[in-house]
Design a protein around this ligand. Structure first.
Ligand code: ADP
Length: 154
């Protein structure tokens, strides 16, 4: 059976930390679906279309990576995709506290789906989409924190 993982997130925008988690997970899974969650209560800086296009550009040469968007529960999306794994990245103990709650509730809802965590590289531990959005809003250069395929307009 094909090992399919879903990497869910807002990816507003996708960072080198996210990219690293996906690339490092490719030894564990046959296919990784980077899935942009549509959350109507979150105000995003970048449009869904823009986020999807950027992530597709980053992985255009990697056939094992698919890029998609979804609405509703992540475990329901996993079932539709026949994915038995949810992939998440961990930077800090704060991430752990947050992620543990989500993973345990997901496990209770859908026991067949396992959440797999990969630790961020030390050099990526301080990078977050929130910080990047702040840099951009304040006119700074966020380019070093995102994959080279992502170009912010000046
Ligand atoms: P969400 O809105 O679901 O938190 P994010 O786009 O912020 O989505 O993050 C998606 C996943 O990537 C989460 O598991 C998050 O912990 C992880 N992540 C975010 N930034 C990094 C990073 N710099 N290094 C490793 N993992 C990260």
């Amino acid at each position: 059976m094909k090992r399919i993982a879903v990497f869910p997130g807002s990816f507003d925008p996708f960072t080198i930390g996210h990219e690293s988690i996906v690339r490092r997970s490719l030894g564990l899974f046959d296919e990784v679906i980077v899935a942009v969650g549509i959350n109507s209560t979150k105000a995003n800086l970048f449009s869904l279309e823009q986020r999807l296009n950027w992530i597709r550009d980053v992985f255009q040469d990697v056939p094992e990576v698919k890029v998609d968007s979804y609405e509703g529960l992540t475990v329901e999306y996993c079932k539709r995709q026949h994915a038995r794994y949810i992939l998440r990245g961990l930077r800090t103990s704060a991430d752990f506290g947050f992620e543990r709650g989500i993973a345990q509730v997901n496990k209770a809802m859908e026991p067949e789906v396992e959440t797999v965590f990969i630790l961020a590289l030390p050099e990526h531990s301080a990078i977050s989409s929130t910080i990047i959005r702040d840099i951009i809003r304040n006119g700074g250069n966020a380019q070093p924190f995102v994959p080279k395929e992502i170009r912010f307009e000046k």
